[in-house]
Design a protein around this ligand. Structure first.
Ligand code: ADP
Length: 397
């Protein structure tokens, strides 16, 4: 089926138009500066074609219209008519406890996404704007929502319960949800395939990008993950702090008179490896600066590696072993040194890297040594493909 995958943010909208069976990507692109002025970048991979235009986009409606115009344009289009788009799959950040899997978008689904707005206040309203714009412009095309949180809903109670008064869970739904679920689902399924589809499997997936998280996956089901109620939790990221002692907030708010918004802005936007290094949130810049002897850049890399390694160890303990460790996303797919340093010291667990095999980027590869008890895998993530496949499956039903 031909599926249009939409990932709507508050001022941007990414799209990919693809075949869910052959995996061919017909076109992909990005609308930026929605609500400000508007810019479209549209690419047609088969023709190596790139089209850029300034198009007024006061709302997500105009952005979606510009995507459909590009997809049907005589010059750089890939279909003759919008009716050739079989369905639309939307990435939605927070599905709360309501969604354990993807679903066809109807009034009940929209109401449930709306109910999750307090849990995903930045993303869910933007996701809904994308959904509503598509409904208005292509009312006869089926739409599906695919949630970042859904894969993690299989976590057991002991993994998602915070040690705070239980009434906050009961009354306010405060619990661990986790994110990047579509990516963890895709790469863990690929990993189980690469392990030869055993009856039982224990996999740790490391999604290391700008935002990062780990998941522990037993027999294809998530049993724990590092992000929490929101995406600030876990380990140090590009600009997010990961888990910290909550006392730090009270201490700094008292000393500097920050209100909670300012404090959270610091923890979300100015912390992580950027905060430690003062250099950059981009791991390429950090690796370059560290090579030139910048201590804080090296420290930021050390902290990141150390924290990821600790979570790998704790997930192996939680699962009672591990068959495969998977690296994915920007850092995980591209930085051989980061992968090497993260697993260094895990030899006692039977984790042994093959440095030559590890010298690779963005390609599905086994990077562990032949005699490693635990397979180390590099698997490029493909959230769009997962969304397209979920969408096709639900629409066919
Ligand atoms: P997002 O979380 O925004 O989807 P990505 O998964 O695309 O991010 O990851 C982006 C990050 O990947 C960049 O910030 C950069 O730090 C990192 N990255 C990309 N290429 C490399 C590389 N060759 N070496 C190290 N890090 C890289």
């Amino acid at each position: 089926m031909k599926i249009l995958v939409i990932n709507a943010g508050s001022s941007s909208l990414k799209y990919q138009f693809m075949d869910s069976d052959t995996h061919e990507v017909f076109a992909k692109g990005l609308c930026e500066r929605i609500g400000i002025d508007g810019r479209l970048t549209h690419k047609v991979p088969a023709k190596d074609q790139k089209f850029e235009a300034e198009i007024p986009m006061p709302t997500h409606g105009e952005a979606i219209q510009s995507v459909l115009d590009a997809l049907t344009s005589p010059e750089h289009g890939v279909v003759k008519d919008v009716s050739e788009i079989d369905a639309v799959g939307h990435r939605v950040l927070h599905g709360g406890m309501a969604f354990t899997e993807s679903c066809i978008i109807d009034d009940a689904c929209i109401a449930a996404i709306e109910e999750c707005i307090p849990l995903g206040p930045l993303h869910n309203p933007a996701n809904l704007m994308g959904i509503r714009a598509c409904q208005a412009i292509m009312p006869n095309t089926p739409q599906v929502a695919v949630f970042d949180t859904a894969f993690h809903m299989s976590m057991p109670e002991k993994a998602y319960t915070y040690a705070i008064p239980y009434e906050y869970y009961e009354k306010d739904k405060v619990r661990r949800y986790g994110f990047h679920g579509t990516s963890h689902r895709y790469v863990s399924a690929r990993a189980i395939d690469m392990l030869g589809n055993p009856a039982h499997s224990k996999v740790i997936t490391c999604h290391l990008g700008n935002g990062s998280s780990l998941a522990a996956v037993v027999d294809g089901k998530c049993v724990d993950t590092t992000m929490g109620l929101g995406p600030l939790a876990g380990f140090a990221m590009g600009t997010r702090s990961g888990d910290i002692d909550a006392t730090i907030m009270e201490y700094l708010m008292g000393r500097y008179g920050y209100d909670i918004k300012e404090m959270l802005n610091i923890l979300n936007k100015k912390s992580g490896v950027l905060g430690i290094s003062g250099v950059s949130s981009d791991f390429r810049d950090l690796e370059a600066a560290a090579k030139e002897g910048n201590h804080r850049a090296q420290l930021a890399l050390d902290v990141f590696e150390y924290q990821v390694r600790k979570f790998i160890g704790s997930y192996a303990a939680a699962m009672g072993g591990v068959d495969a460790i998977v690296f994915t996303a920007g850092v995980g797919e591209n930085s051989a040194s980061m992968r090497q340093n993260i697993v260094a010291g895990l030899e006692y667990m039977g984790v042994k890297m093959d440095p030559e095999a590890n010298n690779v980027r963005g390609k599905e590869t086994v990077i562990s040594a032949a005699d490693s008890k635990v397979k180390i895998l590099l698997i490029p993530t493909d959230e769009e493909l997962m969304i397209a496949q979920d969408t096709a499956e639900l629409v066919k039903k």
